[in-house]
Design a protein. Sequence first.
Length: 291
Amino acid sequence: MNNPQISRRSFSVLSVAAAMAATLTVSGCGGPATAQEGNAAAEVTELRYEGSANSVSLAELAEDLGYLGNVKLNWVGNTISGPASIQSAATGATDFGGAFAGAVVKLIEAGAPVTAVINYYGEDELTFNGFYVTAESSIRAPRDLIGKKVAVNTLGAHSDAVLNSYLKKNGLSQDDIKQVQLVVVPPNDTEEAIRRGQVDVGVLGGVLQDNAIAKGGLRSLFNDFELFGAFAGGQYVLRKDFIQQNPEITKIFTTGVAKAIEWERTTPREGSSPASPASSTSVSVMKAPLP
């Protein structure tokens, strides 16, 4: 996920996430959307996007569940960070992208012609990004991170902001924080980088986190849910000209993602499939790749 150089210490994950809201009205649950409404026949029927290795995005889930109707997703490659993903959307390389709210705000402030349309990832007690060390690591407290290397998927995004907030909340000065070295490592390589000692700490989420924990040998230092509680973390963005030229498709896309969120919230993790989507158990806010 072509990353505008965002100051790595310039925003608060909570204040920025709270400031961002969906700018289009979307519906909740219901049947699959259809691309035959209104003037949709004259609009695009394919949305180009970048995926994330070893992750299923909400947009992909929405398509698989039939919530996008006749609108098809066209995968054009993978990305490893939100800032790059939304820049691809801003430049027209893709039709939509998603990132941490802080990165979205920075891109819009820089004059990019994009609009945030719906939140697409968040954290709760079951879905979060954790900062992990080896089981035998001497790092056990925030101050132990001074002079250490922390692997993140990109600079100026979610993990960067969370770490900064964690250190500030625990009394570290800006001079102390500057001594914590952030190292950009692709999410797929982060677990091995931790285990081999190439970095001291690494951020893991989603299936990569699940697999790493299952193997043993790693210990959680902290995670963003422990720090902030449940919150919506980032948004999908579309170009303003795309929205203007494709209003019905934009509605179908945002509605489909909203329905996919509800499917995740109400479908049990164990034994679930798109063919059996219902349960009284609320399990997750939004499952997403590292932003």
